[in-house]
Structure formats: structure tokens, C-alpha cells
Write a protein that binds this ligand. Sequence first.
Ligand code: 3PG
Length: 214
Amino acid sequence: MQVEAFAARLAEVRVVPVVTIDDAADAVGLAEALAQGGLPMAEVTFRTAAAADAIAAIRAARPDALVGAGTVLDPATVDRAVDAGAEFIVAPGFGPAVVARAAERGVAMLPGAATPTEIEMALAAGLSLVKFFPAEASGGVGYIRAIAAPYREVRFVPTGGVTAANLAAYLALPAVVACGGTWIAPPDAIRNHRWEAIGAAAAEAVAIGRRAAS
Ligand code: 3PG
């Protein structure tokens, strides 16, 4: 998926569930729960050995869902993710080798950026959509407001400390396309197959996103 199409999809859903899956056998149940709640998408983090299999399982079971890879820290992981079917790549920071590999593989890249220098590195690479990470710890809404002023074309996906309680405040910022986070499907809820709770949290996030959009 190209970055423009990815950005357009993010602007529609407004929320990116960041998921860490221990057992790839849980992936489809999780994707169903998220879709049930109105969020047919997930960023599957490469923090567990199951990540690639989980992405492949979701792609096979839910072709309608948008599935990407998170915590991608090196070019080899870009390859593993794309080979598994990841449609977008997310990183916590700006890694030039990761960004270059994603471009070679023709997959949308969402690099992390939390400082003016990192934003300018992204812009130099032709990327104006960045993950603002870690959002709350870096200064949250006020920081984005300040940093967005000189970078008028940059769009942010705040992630890190975002919850149902502060989601609306982030989404109200014109520079914010969508927010990401683990609050919708925390690792513990995935492990314990708490699909109803995950579906309800997804639905709540979608409702907050709709209100923010109107
Ligand atoms: C990420 O991987 O993007 C962050 O760890 C998500 O942060 P959160 O757990 O505070 O949502």
C-alpha cells in the first residue's frame, strides 16, 4: 500500500490498535473482535516471535482488514513483515535503513518522530506523515500544537499514552490524522481472549473518532 492510500485510510478510521500477540493462533480472534467493534485494522508489533505468523493469519482470514507491522527496527524485519503480508510499516523512531527498505518494498512507512530534527529527517525522506512517539511523555497535545506550527504540511499519528480519556483531545488537533495505542487490545486481554472487551473498546474508540470528526 502506498503512503497516500494509507494516510487516507487512517483519516477514516482515526485509531490504530497497536497489538502484541504472543500466540499467532490468537490473531484471527483478535482481528474479528476489532472488526466487530468497527476497527478492521491492526499494527502488529514485532516484539514477539509470533508477529509474522499473526500478520499472515489476519491477512488470510480478513482480506478487508488493514494490517501492518510495528516496532520495525531493522531492514530484515521490514522484509519479514512485508513477506508476511504487512501493508504498512511503523517504527518508534526514524531509522534511515528501515525507511529505505520500506520504500524499496513499496510499502507505506510511518516513522517515529518526536523532535524537529526527526521531523526534518522524515521530510527529507519524502515522508510528511509521522508517528508522534511517545506522545504523552513527550508533551502530548500542547507539544504537537507547538511543533506543528512550523511544519504546516506534517501530519501526526500520536501514540504512547493515548487512551479513551485523551483520544478526543488529540483528534481535535488539525495536524493529527489518527492516534495509535495498546489501550484497545492490551497484551493481557489478547492472551486471555477477552474479545468482547476488545470489541467494546474498539467501538468506543470509533465513536470518539466520529464525534471528533464532526
Ligand atoms: C507503541 O508501540 O506504539 C506504544 O508502545 C504504544 O503505547 P501505549 O502502550 O501507551 O499505547
